[in-house]
Write a protein that binds this ligand. Structure first.
Ligand SMILES: Cc1cc2nc3c(=O)[nH]c(=O)nc-3n(C[C@H](O)[C@H](O)[C@H](O)COP(=O)(O)OP(=O)(O)OC[C@H]3O[C@@H](n4cnc5c(N)ncnc54)[C@H](O)[C@@H]3O)c2cc1C
Length: 564
């Protein structure tokens, strides 16, 4: 977007505060008059407003587009009536249509008074001022003071930060919302249907039709950008500063972040690679009740925020989004091959890639993925389901937590459980809370057998214990049906058990991949110097605390390995 409107001479946008001052725009085709109006405006209003000028209506409108994208508030437009192209009245009518709250003032010669008076009715002109306006203390400032006071009283400072315009049911929009929310990036979500006016203004200003549209804080925009492109634009780090590290941790869930904290604090040059967003599964939890030291529970997002800050403060490099595709030994290094084609060499590696949710093998489920069918809990989606019917599939703690969280917003939440009881796999405190929550319905011995909807989920079909089928209207289906370890990329490199979990330490008896004359260290995988921590490890306890424990213990054995 070109910045057609000239910044006023002498105006230096030194910092953000300066650039966020509301704008007074003055438009006149006569350069001398334009300079004189701008000078008088700046003298009186310069400390509170930015005074900008444009030589004609067309450039003024182009400048307004740039301001809309940058989120700069427009307080007042002062336009001359007689200009080539758009007249003052025509321009101010367009300004009012775009920025209904902005105040508009027409500068006219005495001969044009009739046009000005007509414009008060026709285009809701706020005022007209006759030229010349000298002395401004009498003929200009009193009028503008009043208009600006009224504008100020009605003005809410705009959201400063990234804005995402999209369709609620678009998988691309969901991807970006999920990425931003889970990377703890503040952003304003503008739904094209629910916030049609604001969305329309931004789309028009950006001159695009396609969605999702990301408008960055500085006003530049991208349509359907990749997560990496957004990460780069907002300063998330996806590229390492160095090519080799003492320790590279793969995965930034609780295990990986704990390994980062201990590794960095104990003097190891440490990098953490995360393919989606720091926090892992725990980051998607609405409330972790059993993590030591948080007596009233802690949300996954908050725990992640703290752990991330701690790891960074201690000197770990957190790179996200970075997908680790392969690991190859090049003694004495372990080399990680990343999705951007680069490699990182590490003296030791901790694999903390956790697990991912199994997907539902049903017709249409893949097509409606992220358009009503979600895997795991996307907690920030909950508000979007206000007043609607949401179905949660699963019977373990994660399903229970999700049901309770969604019940705060949705009209009803149905929990579908294949087994005969909720208590079989869910902690009793959760079962009790689910029972007590009035808008949660638990249906035992019931499973989902089909999903329906053209481009978003509209209904699901369920089968109950006696084989009967039923179609149930639902806009959200959240699936928690067990998880598989994220280890496919290590096939043939690190020994795994029959379910794909990494074997380590004492479990690595000879014949299962361990070839060294020494015994493997605790948590060490079949590839010496590569350790497993958290949910990805065979026989691990699937808990936040145990993942954190694994991460810290693994660092202890990394030191031993490096000292060998
Ligand atoms: C909704 C929910 C609620 C839960 N509630 C609780 C609770 O209340 N209490 C409790 O103790 N436990 C709870 N758990 C379980 C707990 O969250 C997990 O045990 C814990 O997060 C495991 O941590 P982790 O670091 O081993 O793995 P994960 O949390 O799974 O993190 C692994 C990370 O590795 C990344 N990754 C994977 N592959 C790659 C790759 N190739 N390259 C780069 N990065 C990669 C992933 O994107 C992910 O961020 C809950 C789980 C869920 C899903």
């Amino acid at each position: 977007v070109t910045e057609a409107v000239e910044q006023d001479a002498g105006e230096h946008d030194a910092g953000r505060a300066e650039s966020r001052k509301p704008v007074i725009l003055t438009v006149d085709d006569d350069p001398q008059v334009l300079a004189a109006v701008a000078r008088d405006l700046r003298r009186h209003y310069g400390s509170r407003y930015r005074v900008r000028r444009a030589p004609d209506g067309r450039e003024a409108l182009a400048g307004l587009d740039a301001m809309t994208l940058a989120g700069d508030p427009l307080a007042l437009v002062v336009a001359d009536q007689r200009m080539p192209g758009l007249s003052g009245v025509e321009l101010l009518a367009l300004v009012k249509a775009r920025e209904p709250r902005a105040k508009t003032v027409l500068l006219t010669a005495y001969a044009d008074t009739d046009a000005a008076i007509a414009a008060i009715n026709d285009v809701r002109l706020d005022h007209y001022i006759l030229k010349p306006w000298d002395p401004p203390e009498e003929r200009l400032y009193p009028i503008l003071d009043e208009l600006l006071d009224a504008w100020d009283a009605d003005h809410h400072p705009p959201f400063e930060g990234l804005r995402l315009v999209g369709h609620r049911w678009s998988p691309d929009t969901h991807r970006l919302r999920d990425f931003l929310a889970r990377n703890l990036v503040p952003f304003r979500w503008i739904d094209v249907e629910r916030d049609a006016e604001e969305a329309g203004r931004l789309l028009e200003a950006a001159a695009v039709q396609a969605l999702p549209l990301v408008v960055y804080e500085d006003g530049h925009h991208e349509v359907a950008p990749t997560n990496r492109s957004v990460a780069e634009a907002i300063g998330l780090r996806a590229t390492a500063e160095a090519e080799s590290f003492d320790l590279v941790v793969v995965g930034a869930g609780p295990a990986g972040l704990a390994a980062a904290v201990y590794g960095a604090s104990e003097g190891l040059r440490t990098a953490v690679l995360e393919r989606k967003a720091p926090g892992g599964q725990a980051g998607t939890s609405s409330r972790i009740e059993n993590y030591l030291g948080f007596e009233t529970g802690v949300s996954g997002a908050e725990l992640t925020r703290r752990a991330l800050t701690q790891a960074k403060r201690l000197g770990a490099e957190i790179l996200s989004p970075v997908d680790c595709l392969r690991l190859t030994p090049q003694d004495p290094y372990r080399v990680l091959h990343l999705d951007d084609g680069t490699t990182l060499a590490a003296s030791a590696v901790i694999i903390a890639t956790g697990v991912t949710y199994r997907s539902l093998d049903l017709d249409g489920a893949e097509r409606l993925r992220d358009a009503g069918v979600f895997y795991g809990a996307s907690m920030h989606e909950a508000k979007a389901f206000a007043g609607e019917h949401v179905v949660v599939v699963g019977a373990a703690n994660s399903a229970g937590q999700a049901a309770l969280h969604f019940a705060r917003f949705a009209a009803t939440v149905t929990v579908l459980v294949r087994g005969k009881s909720l208590a079989a796999r869910m902690s009793s405190y959760l079962v009790e809370q689910v029972d007590k929550t009035q808008n949660i319905v638990v249906r035992l011995e019931t499973e989902v057998v089909a999903v329906h909807g053209a481009d978003r989920l509209e209904a699901i079909e369920v089968r109950n214990g006696d084989g009967g089928r039923e179609t149930v209207a639902a806009t959200g289906l959240f699936i928690f049906i067990g998880a598989e370890p994220s280890t496919a990329w290590l096939e043939g490199v690190c020994a795994r058990d029959e379910h794909g979990f990494l074997l380590s330490g004492a479990a690595l008896v000879r014949g299962r991949g361990w070839k060294e004359p020494r015994e493997p260290l605790s948590l060490e995988t079949s590839l010496p110097g590569v350790f497993a921590a958290g949910d990805v490890r065979a026989s691990s306890v699937k808990r936040v605390a145990s993942a954190v424990g694994d991460g810290s213990i693994a660092v202890h054995f990394v030191h031993q390995y490096l000292g060998l």
